[in-house]
Design a protein around this ligand. Structure first.
Ligand SMILES: Nc1nc2c(ncn2[C@@H]2O[C@H](COP(=O)(O)OP(=O)(O)OP(=O)(O)O)[C@@H](O)[C@H]2O)c(=O)[nH]1
Ligand SMILES: [Mg+2]
Length: 247
């Protein structure tokens, strides 16, 4: 199957070179699939784009999509997903952070579940064996853990990690039926993930959560802000209202 790993970046010059090398290094251990890496860079002022262009010369499976400016994580992923489907023939899409908080070795775990017939595989921090960084502050831990719990309870979801940034989605029957459009997605920021998760479940995607250890950032700085918490509440509220009053 053709699988595209989408990696969004904004000022990740400290990690991106090593990350691209290590992600690519995993592909040889998954020989039954054909991989591409699509980096969606928000025209990072720290030179991330130049590092990607250099890596692209060495590794032919790397593609680069440069946005004019930073527009939000959801917008970057929507652009990447549409490019992967139209230009790279992607049959499955993996979402993967560019700051090395995800372990490239976990890509294989996701693909194994795709091979077993799952349509939607979530790298989960909140199932047995999964974890968040020890180094996180109490505030970060509470926000992440109870955020996922709140989303689960409010929207009656079967899943435990409802904001994970690492996942694999099947295109046929799912991403080709989703509102991958900037005007239809409920958030242009991190909270787009909650919307797409609910849409995948609504479409009946055979879903599996596999445990992952979410790593501490290796460099650079977080792009997640208080706005993302408000956006998440907004998305959950809209989805709940749709559930009550119909779409
Ligand atoms: N293209 C693009 N990439 C983005 C944008 N916002 C964040 N990213 C990238 O998306 C990935 C995830 O963003 P993070 O800020 O690490 O979000 P997070 O992992 O939820 O938050 P932390 O745990 O605090 O790091 C990183 O590789 C970022 O560089 C954006 O607006 N555009
Ligand atoms: Mg991060």
């Amino acid at each position: 199957m053709k699988i595209t790993v989408i990696i969004p970046t904004y000022n990740e010059a400290q990690t991106i070179e090593r990350l691209l090398r290590d992600v690519r290094g995993e592909f040889s251990g998954i020989p039954n699939h054909e991989f591409k890496i699509l980096v969606v860079d928000a025209n990072s002022p720290d030179g991330t784009g130049d590092i990607i262009k250099e890596a692209k010369k060495k590794y032919p499976e790397i593609e680069l999509l440069t946005e004019k400016r930073r527009r939000g994580l959801g917008s970057a992923y929507i652009a990447g997903m549409n490019y992967a489907r139209s230009n790279l023939g992607a049959e499955a899409i993996i979402e993967f952070d560019g700051d090395y908080q995800h372990d490239p070795k976990d890509i294989k775990k996701l693909v194994v579940e795709l091979d077993r017939g799952h349509d939607y595989v979530i790298g989960s921090r909140y199932v047995r064996g999964g974890s968040i960084p020890e180094e996180w502050s109490a505030r970060q831990k509470i926000l992440s853990k109870y955020g996922s719990w709140f989303i689960k309870k409010t929207l009656s979801l079967p899943t435990f990690d409802n904001t994970s940034g690492l996942k694999l989605s099947r295109v046929a029957g799912f991403y080709d039926r989703l509102p991958l459009d900037e005007d239809k997605i409920l958030s242009r920021y991190h909270a787009y993930k909650i919307h797409l998760l609910c849409e995948m479940l609504r479409l009946g995607a055979k879903t599996k959560e596999v445990p992952i250890k979410f790593l501490e950032r290796r460099g650079g700085s977080s792009k997640s802000t208080a706005r993302d918490i408000l956006e998440s509440l907004k998305v959950v509220a809209i989805l709940k209202l749709r559930e009550i009053f119909g779409r």
